[in-house]
Ligand binder design. Structure first.
Ligand code: DAH
Length: 330
């Protein structure tokens, strides 16, 4: 048995140890056959031999178990060593991430207005009725409120439906002259090819002493901006209505896909609507206590710009986080 003790001692892995265990305790194992030999003995001799064998059995069982424990620990640490990651190794398959197409578009928009001396303001995403509607000349029960499918909280708070409330917050905070944009997320209960419950807008606000800013200034800046964004396109101002501006205009560019000839994207009109704008309505100035001032404002949807610039058909795909799609917009 001495030989087996040495073998167990010297075994280097669990597989070898198991082999030795079978050699001792297996069906044809040495100890098993010794136990079988007991059958041929009688009386005292049998009892003594059996006691002796049982002692050997206990010793080897313990011996194997403690060696097993050592080898198991060794196996675990070997496995850990093998699967360890060397973070200092050079990886030639480095994947470089990139900005989301909406962020890229947002950055380009901000870049333009910052270069034209606009500052950046931000407002809360959870708004109250006053800033989101009331002060923007949208009193309770005004039909235009229905156009904005609002997410309401219980206590008259809501998720802002547009970035226009930042106009109000800015005018409450500072005196004119004001020249700011406000980028950020907005929320509406809407979900289809061209609408998601969260999207981004950029608001613009310019306020000066009365008479110092006119519709001509608004027209210049938006035309220049749209040429910066879309290159060589035609820009047209179309009379429209917003409660917070008077007069109001929606701004279209000639369709960048068919060059104005008419296609599916522009619904065969040759034009794409990209902006809302206008001269600030006197009721808005009244709500913030401004007197003897004039100004203009505009608002745009960033995802709409991103979809046009990157030719994305389904707005929802922008928010699914599918890397196969996002990788195309590096
Ligand atoms: N707030 C408008 C909307 O979400 C967009 C807008 C239109 C903003 C005209 C303006 C503006 O500042 O003058 O649909």
């Amino acid at each position: 048995m001495r030989k087996y003790q040495d073998l167990i001692n010297e075994s280097e892995n669990l597989k070898d140890l198991e082999k030795i265990r079978v050699e001792i305790f297996g069906k044809k194992g040495i100890l098993t056959s010794k136990f079988q030999e007991l059958k041929t003995l009688n009386g005292n001799e049998k009892r003594e031999k059996a006691q002796q064998l049982n002692k050997i059995k206990t010793t080897f069982t313990k011996f194997i178990a403690s060696k097993k424990e050592i080898l198991e620990k060794k196996a675990i640490s070997e496995k850990m060593r093998e699967s360890a990651v060397d973070v200092s190794l050079f990886d030639s398959h480095n994947e470089v991430g990139s900005l989301h197409p909406v962020s890229q578009t947002m950055d380009k928009i901000i870049e333009y207005f910052v270069s034209m001396n606009f500052s950046i303001s931000e407002g809360p995403l959870i708004e109250d009725d006053f800033h989101n509607f009331e002060a923007l000349n949208l009193p309770k029960h005004h039909p235009a409120r229905d156009m904005q499918d609002t997410f309401y909280f219980n206590d008259s708070k809501l998720l802002r439906t547009h970035t226009s409330p930042v106009q109000i917050r800015t005018m409450q905070k500072i005196k004119p002259p004001i020249r700011m944009i406000s980028p950020g997320p907005v929320f509406r209960r809407d979900f289809d090819l061209t609408h998601t419950p969260m999207f981004h807008q950029v608001e613009g606000l310019v306020v000066e002493e009365e008479g110092k800013v006119s519709f001509a200034n608004l027209k210049f800046i938006l035309e220049d901006f749209l040429h910066y964004m879309f290159g060589d396109v035609e820009v047209r101002f179309r009379p429209s209505f917003f409660p917070f501006t008077e007069p109001s205009a929606e701004v279209d560019i000639s369709c960048i896909f068919c060059k104005g000839k008419g296609c599916r994207v522009c619904s065969h009109t040759g034009w794409l609507e990209v902006l809302g704008s206008g001269m600030i309505d006197p009721n808005v100035f009244k709500a913030v206590g401004y007197e003897n001032v004039s100004g203009y404002a505009f608002g745009l949807g960033v995802e709409r710009f991103a979809m046009l610039l990157r030719e994305i058909g389904d707005l929802r795909s922008l928010f699914e986080g599918d890397l196969r799609l996002l990788e195309q917009f590096r």
